[in-house]
Design a binder for this molecule. Structure first.
Ligand code: NAD
Length: 455
């Protein structure tokens, strides 16, 4: 298994400067949008086959996410890619200085299975906007979307600049041996370490979009019904398999009962009393992950749900109160339909728990207390945050997306995505006019004094 020929051909094409042309980038971005628009039915069917994604959910989180992303980038790309003038000091006058964003070359994009279309195409939008070539490696755990992308990408995009390689560990390992100019990986921390060591061999830049346990603190001042509705939506969308889903809730003992009641009401309203037959509720990606989740069930008191069906990859929306903090449920990222609630004495108690753990991809607080809101933003390090909501920061195209520390490195979405896959090259442009003598040897006291004055 050797993909070297793909990379060599892409590098040749890149060096022809075609991908640096703004019109080419705009045309390729429009083609990404067209791919999604023309093939909506087939894409929805593939997402249904892989994850039983309800059409509306799939459209919002995958298809229209991409088309809106393209629209946003197209609106600003001309401005982002222009040379950016900076101040030129006296010592280099006459002259002009500017930053010229330039593409990096060929980017390897490795997608994850939970949003299998979005997690390949959204990075691609950023990669194309910056003028790069790319090799796309969709996740093998979402096989329907993977083979659909392998079919559609060559039909819509410039084949000299973009290729799809399907496969699992062996194929990815072979790709990782190649000297890409940037690797964009979305997935878990264990594989991220493999990616980073492979990248180190060639000093390749990496963007790592990882996960973690994203906490929620619910204060007694929160509006209980609105809080429960937003939490239930964020937790059980895609059956809990969202990297920025709220992982667990921290709240006072007095809030547990009203919060559980409100969450149960929302589960019923969203997915009926039998979510297994609801068209609005998805499935776990495979039976291995369904079984993994089932092993979390004895970590604490189940106050709602707990039913699962390994063969049919079904896992009921489940709430567990006060699991042991050293249980696997509370030490691993859940990435599924279980919502633990842990009681804390107060806000400070919640903060201590969150600060004592690894930096998460997102952190959420529901409170009317302004001091708490400000303190949460100041004290809690995480990739992103919402006050009084979950996940929705991701609907704002100018907010960068990405983790920090163990939840990832590098960010994309909008301008930051353009910059992430660009090199911001410094350029100083000077005419052939005589320079100030002070710059050159032989040095003297006079020159030294003058230099100190003009700098
Ligand atoms: P996954 O199993 O689909 O793996 C992701 C990619 O890694 C795939 O392309 C796969 O082929 C490749 N891969 C797997 N094992 C490999 C190996 N040994 N060597 C080389 N490549 C290998 O996805 P996953 O890791 O199960 O995804 C779930 C994780 O991803 C969760 O932690 C979740 O939070 C995180 N996630 C993060 C984001 C984000 O944007 N930050 C988005 C989605 C998921």
């Amino acid at each position: 298994m050797n993909y070297q020929h793909i990379l060599i051909a892409q590098k040749d094409y890149f060096n022809s400067n075609i991908t640096k042309d703004l019109d080419w980038r705009i045309q390729q971005l429009k083609q990404i949008k067209q791919l999604v628009l023309d093939n909506e039915a087939e894409i929805l069917a593939a997402l249904y086959s892989d994850l039983k994604k309800p059409a509306q959910e799939a459209w919002v989180t995958e298809l229209s996410y991409i088309t809106l992303d393209v629209d946003h980038v197209l609106k600003h790309l001309k401005k982002w890619s222009k040379p950016r003038k900076v101040w030129t000091p006296l010592i280099v006058l006459p002259g002009k200085s500017y930053i010229q964003p330039e593409p990096q070359g060929s980017v390897l994009i490795m997608g994850a299975w939970n949003y299998p279309l979005q997690l390949v195409l959204a990075p691609l939008v950023a990669v194309v906007s910056a003028g790069n070539c790319a090799v796309l490696k969709p996740s093998e755990l979402a096989p329907a979307v993977s083979s659909l992308l392998a079919k559609l990408i060559p039909q819509y995009l410039d084949n000299k600049a973009f290729s799809v390689v399907e496969g699992a560990v062996a194929e990815t390992t072979a790709l990782l041996e190649l000297p890409f100019d940037h690797i964009m990986y979305t997935g878990n921390g264990m594989v991220a370490r493999i990616v980073m060591s492979a990248a180190a061999k060639h000093l390749t830049q990496v963007t790592l979009e990882l996960g973690g346990k994203s906490p929620v603190f619910v204060d007694e001042s929160a509006h209980i019904d609105i809080t429960a509705q937003r939490l239930a939506w964020g937790k059980w969308m895609n059956a809990g398999q969202t990297c920025i889903a709220p992982d667990y809730i921290l709240t006072s003992a007095a809030m547990v009962e009203p919060l559980v009641t409100a969450l149960k009401k929302q589960i019923k309203a969203m997915f009926t009393i039998d979510p297994s037959s609801s068209d609005s509720y998805g499935r776990i990606v495979n039976s291995r992950h369904t079984e993994r989740l089932s092993q979390y069930l004895d970590s604490g008191e189940i106050v709602h749900g707990g039913a699962f069906d390994i063969d049919n990859r079904y896992f009921e929306p489940t709430i567990i109160v006060n699991p042991a903090m050293d249980s696997t449920l509370m030490s691993e990222e859940i990435f599924g339909a279980i919502f633990p609630i842990i009681t804390v004495d107060d806000y400070q108690g919640a903060k201590d728990i969150v600060i004592g753990r690894e930096k998460p991809l997102a952190s959420y607080i529901f409170t009317r207390d302004k001091a708490q809101q400000q303190d949460w933003v100041k004290s809690i390090g995480s990739g992103s945050q919402c006050i009084n909501d979950v996940i929705m920061f991701n609907a704002v195209p100018d907010l960068p997306f990405g983790g920090s520390g163990p939840s990832g490195m590098g960010q994309y979405s909008g301008k930051i995505g353009f910059e992430n896959f660009s090199h911001l090259k410094s350029v100083l442009h000077r005419p052939f006019l005589k320079d100030l003598a002070v710059r050159f040897a032989p040095y003297s006291n006079f020159k030294f004094k003058l230099l100190r004055k003009i700098r």
